[in-house]
Design a protein around this ligand. Structure first.
Ligand code: PA5
Length: 463
């Protein structure tokens, strides 16, 4: 397995006011946060003892999930959670051509990132044969957008070749609940009201209690999955929440988990200077403390990574945006956004760290510019250049330009956009978010602020 790399070279140029010494100064804090998480949080989580108020909530269960799922699968390839997920995935692949995935926030963003990262860019447009029998996927229940919902219902029409994966840990999220009621009614109509068939076409992923749990029990769904206790929504991508949709999409979930487990091992054993997770946190924290840089731009250099960026936006924002502090994340897709955001990044307020996510090896053959008898565009002199070379030049040029203006950049190098690399990246970002919270003295788990709009919305609707 090729490990992903984190390189803070751009950040450490003198113009940014940061040096290796600044990072060295932070090393004891990073090490203390690592020890707190590994020795205190995980031990407390594993003991099942009451969590003290100061640590509430403690959703540390995500960390050891990759190793746990893999070892259970090795011991029992059919009866384990992963074995069951693969079986359900196969059943759905064989019985439906379209899956409507209902969920919001942590209950869908990971699946979306995996879909865009690992599947063909035009997956839903391919024929069933070209998709190797893998169903198309549509994401709903992440909004209450009337027209978008109607349009998906139009698309499904009266066909009966589809099913629903509905994901909600609490089971009470209104957007997802309304989506489920709507699509369940459509499915019921398509299946001629046959209750057994309807139940087979619905796979719920939910907590062990709650409205969705009760509803799926009433429907008699034969297969259902749990969002484990102690795993928060935005930390649940490597549980059934992300793995079931991924397996349905033919994504290699074992490799995904192996990548995450490898990142855990690096986090447990590397020095602060060598651990990409701690370096990633250190650079962000040092720039915030020394330079007041509190906007984190994740610049992804592949279209397939935009949803990975959006997943990370949620992870960072909901985890550390508390107590009146917390950096603001956002995702830029390059080179596209060089034509919409780069002006501000180059010359606007000095409050941004640009972290590039760069892909080392592409999946497909490089496209050359080529020669043309119509050289009005002047491209013949670049005829031997390929798209990856142009992308590389744009990246290098952008970094040079930002660094020249004293604007910090850092690079995450992904060996490829594949299961192993993404498993490493997701796990690195989840651990980094926890460590960042611990360094800042903010509990990274829970999202009490989200309750505000929900309470008001429910009061308005029920008044
Ligand atoms: O990170 C989180 O916990 C949230 O983003 C939740 O995933 C989101 O609010 C959806 O919650 P639920 O799965 O309970 O419907």
């Amino acid at each position: 397995m090729k490990p992903i790399k984190y390189d803070a070279a751009g950040v450490l140029i003198p113009e940014t006011g940061l040096s290796q010494d600044d990072l060295q100064l932070l090393a004891p804090q990073l090490e203390a946060a690592r020890r707190e998480f590994l020795d205190v949080d995980l031990a407390l989580y594993a003991s099942g003892d009451a969590v003290p108020d100061a640590k509430q909530p403690l959703d540390a269960g995500f960390f050891e999930m990759p190793e746990k799922l893999l070892s259970e699968y090795e011991a029992d390839s059919e009866g384990s959670e992963l074995g069951r997920i693969l079986k359900t995935a196969k059943r759905l692949q064989e019985s439906v051509d379209r899956v409507v995935l209902l969920g919001i926030g942590g209950s869908y963003m990971g699946a979306c990132a995996l879909f865009e990262g690992c599947c063909h860019s035009y997956h839903n447009e391919l024929s069933r044969e070209q998709r190797n029998g893998i169903p198309r996927i549509y994401f709903e229940g992440n909004n209450v957008d009337n027209d978008a919902t109607q349009e998906l219902l139009d698309l499904l029409g009266d066909d009966d070749d589809w099913g629903i994966v509905v994901i909600s840990k609490s089971g009470g999220t209104l957007e997802t609940a309304v989506g489920f009621r709507t699509f369940l009614a459509a499915l019921s109509k398509a299946m001629g009201g046959d209750k057994r068939k309807i139940a087979e076409r619905v796979v719920p992923v939910c907590g062990t209690a709650g409205k969705l749990f009760d509803l799926q029990a009433a429907l008699g769904c034969p297969e259902s999955y749990e969002v484990p206790d102690g795993v928060g929504g935005r930390f649940s991508i490597l549980s059934a929440v992300g793995l079931l949709p991924a397996a349905i999409l033919g994504i290699d979930v074992v490799k995904l988990l192996q990548g995450a487990a490898a990142m855990n091992e690096r986090f447990r054993t590397s020095t602060v200077e060598e651990d990409p997770t701690l370096q990633f946190v250190g650079v962000g924290q040092a720039l915030e403390a020394r330079r007041g840089i509190n906007i984190r731009v994740l610049s992804v250099w592949s279209k397939s990574l935009e949803s990975v960026g959006l997943w990370y936006d949620q992870l960072l924002a909901e985890s550390i945006g508390k107590d009146f502090i917390g950096a603001t994340p956002f995702t830029a897709l390059n080179t596209r956004d060089l034509h919409s955001r780069a002006q501000q990044h180059q010359e606007g307020t000095r409050d941004k760290l640009m972290t590039n996510v760069i892909v080392e090896t592409l999946a497909r053959e490089p496209i050359s510019v080529g020669t043309s008898e119509y050289n009005q565009d002047g491209l013949n002199e670049l005829s031997d250049k390929t798209m990856p070379e142009i992308m590389h030049a744009a990246l290098k040029g952008t970094n040079q330009s930002y660094n020249g203006a004293g604007r910090p950049t850092a690079d995450i190098v992904l060996p490829a956009v594949d299961e192993e690399s993404l498993g490493q990246l997701f796990q690195m970002m989840m651990i980094a978010t926890v460590i960042e919270g611990r360094v800042m003295g903010v509990n990274p788990f829970g999202q009490p602020g989200v309750e505000g709009y929900k309470t008001n919305m429910n009061a308005i609707l029920r008044s």
